[in-house]
Design a protein around this ligand. Structure first.
Ligand SMILES: *Cc1c(COP(=O)(O)O)cnc(C)c1O
Length: 370
């Protein structure tokens, strides 16, 4: 491109690599001329959206000439009731991603520091850089658990935000209740902790915390949630945050008035109420997770046990070519390079037949390269 002008974008943009989304099905179909393509790359709900959400969307279509409710008040009521929090402790956003941007805009001055785990969700770093923050990356332990001491050591007088993702994307590992308690007890009072719980509904066992108890106890903690995963509404863009009221108030100051559209609001209300849909999704994921573990073990492959709806699989030095061969056979997964994990892929847990197909192709491919 050689536009003939001297318009200079902000210098920080040169340092920023944009988010790499999972390849959409249509793109792979077109590029490779394949009929049947399975997408196990973006941790979406394999059961689709809640049927109740679809119904709610259809009903509200004739009202689309009206602006949405700027305060998303009905949706907030429903979320407040379901998560047992006060409406003043809630903000609804255009996906969880928007919340990450808003948090940066509300709290970061140039030169402030943001602590992010690595490997983890890339948007924390991205949103911080955009506001001129210095990013302090703290590696997870070798088994991908959190290194609590290292996180606490990374905090300085300039630290504004510490991001924690639990279950962590892309590893599926969690921060335990005890560990979160330890972090909150030891952080200086000027640090906001953002706990990203996009995958909280897929956890099992009682070591996990979704952080709500700590918000109720008054800690400076912001919980991030999304309708894109368990609720199956990734395409309509809605998420929310829960934090002490003062923190929410600051974030509200930078939010655009109509950030969540009418369709998203009604769909999300219906999805929260569709307990059957949530339960069937949980059941499917937990059951299929075990089946995938067994199949991976049988193939002699290492994986990280996941509390989420995806599994990080170690393929070794052939990971990239195997990722490409999976793609060529119509199975889209994520290659680990984006997280600096060149020997890994991340596979989302899909429908039973999709997971079986993934294993079938992996078996063919692994057989060839070994
Ligand atoms: C999917 C995801 C989100 C939120 O995604 P949205 O679609 O923007 O709501 C947030 N954090 C993590 C770790 C995710 O994987």
């Amino acid at each position: 491109m050689s536009d003939n002008n001297e318009i200079q974008a902000r210098s920080i943009l040169q340092e920023m690599t944009p988010y790499t989304p999972g390849k959409p099905i249509w793109e792979v179909q077109r590029e490779l001329g394949l009929d049947k393509v399975i997408k196990l790359a973006s941790n979406e709900n394999p059961l689709g959206p809640s049927p109740k959400a679809i119904e709610a969307i259809a009903k509200v279509l004739p009202e689309l000439h009206r602006y949405p409710d700027a305060d998303a008040s009905k949706l907030k009521q429903v979320i407040a009731a379901a998560y047992d929090v006060d409406m003043k402790q809630l903000i609804v956003t255009n996906g969880g991603d928007e919340l990450i941007t808003l948090v940066s805009e509300a709290f970061i001055d140039a030169g402030d520091e943001v602590v992010v785990p690595v490997p983890s969700f890339s948007e924390y770093r991205f949103a911080g850089l955009l506001m001129g923050a210095n990013i302090r990356s703290v590696p997870l332990n070798l088994d991908f658990t959190y290194d609590i001491e290292a996180i606490l050591r990374a905090v300085t007088a300039r630290t504004k935000i510490v991001y924690l993702c639990s279950p962590n994307n892309p590893t599926g590992t969690i921060l335990t209740r005890k560990e979160l308690q330890q972090i909150l007890d030891n952080l200086p009072k000027h640090v906001l902790v953002v706990l990203d719980t996009a995958y909280s509904h897929f956890t099992t066992g009682n070591e996990y915390t979704d952080g709500l108890e700590f918000v109720r106890a008054g800690f400076p903690l912001l919980i991030l949630q999304t309708f894109s995963k368990i609720y199956g509404l990734a395409g309509i863009r809605v998420g929310f945050g829960i934090a002490p009221a003062g923190i929410i108030q600051s974030i509200n100051q930078v939010k655009e008035p109509f950030n969540v559209n009418t369709l998203a609001q009604v769909a999300a209300i219906a999805a929260v109420g569709d307990i059957d849909h949530v339960r069937s999704t949980q059941l499917l994921v937990v059951e299929e997770r075990e089946k995938l573990y067994a199949a991976l073990r049988e193939l002699g492959l290492d994986y990280t046990e996941s509390m989420s709806n995806f599994i990080l699989v170690e393929l070794g030095t052939e990971a990239k070519s195997q990722y490409e061969r999976l793609m060529a056979k119509g199975v889209i997964v994520r290659y680990g390079q984006i997280w600096d994990l060149p020997k890994h892929i991340r596979v989302s847990i899909g429908l039973p037949e999709e997971n079986a197909r993934f294993i079938e192709v992996l078996r063919e491919i692994a057989g060839k390269s070994l």
